[in-house]
Design a protein around this ligand. Sequence first.
Ligand code: SF4
Length: 368
Amino acid sequence: MNLSTERLINELQTHGVRLVDPKAGVESRRGGAGPSDHKALTIDGMTFMAPVHTAPAFESPYTVAKPDASGVSQVWRDGEALREVRFPSRPRFYDLTTAEGVPYWKIATLHGRDVLATTVLQTCIRYQSRTKTCQFCAIGQSLAAGRTVERKTPHQLAEVAKAAVELDDIKHMVMTTGTPRGADRGAAILCESASAVKNAVYLPIQAQCEPPDEDHWFTQMKASGVDALGMHLEVVTPELRKRLMPGKAEVPVERYLAAYEAAVPVFGRGQVSTYILAGLGDTAEAILDISEKLVALGVYPFVVPFVPISGTPLESHPAPAPEFMHAILKPLARMIVAGGLKATDIKAGCGKCGACSALSTYERTLTP
Ligand code: SF4
């Protein structure tokens, strides 16, 4: 079986992997915002998140053997060793605690290879009732299990960010947030958090929130030290948005598009992005159609395979087939490169990290 790197990563992200030694590498997170139930792996220099604790992963045809002392292993399928795999090592900042005794890993975690990620506010107005919650989201699970703190203070974030840069060579930071009450939709707490981190250490930051009601927040976020902004559509077909994320769908796609138009001149082309979960019912055409509009606006469409997280209403929803993702990612990479919005040019955030999708590996095949 001779798969190209981008096809192999795509296979591993959609099927998931069975780990012979579940303790290998950096401990995987269960629940929370962003990638959960995953493990970071590196193949051919590309670090990606592969599901390991999900229902499809338990049935995956791919296994990863126990790594040797230097963290090197092989990925296997049908008795054949396909490729060398590396496990990024556990970051040193995970061993530290704040003066009040909060472990640093409860404040921010390592994502991919060199990204520090935090959910500034671990509660969300969209998560309060099962009729409003985004059906794929696990933001409340890690909080309920005591694996994180509800509100990370600017001081805590600055302290952890400084240590992560100094001890683990972290290159950029993702600050996401549950949506609080209020028309700023989290922009205000992102401003104070970014400002504190930037005063402590040089670290490019991506902030992520729903589009605030007023566009002046974009200039305020930029002035506070936010280098890149993510406003995530997640699902693009209006009827599906209403069904799968009834609370968040109260902000219509049109508002997202208007917000992108206002934010791109502030942050620059390619520094504003969106996150689209493929596999929840949007057709490949619908995702590629909106991506074309987004690229024209200067917005990077980061399309990732949906991962059914345990404990969410969609835990039994199937992951997308590798062919479906390939049918999106191949033309999408071409569209992005032709539009001049490469992942490698993004200053910070998910599009730059790229670990939740094979998209940047597809892009790499198109650029010298
Ligand atoms: S792409 Fe974003 S959510 Fe995924 S591992 Fe990287 S920083 Fe985290």
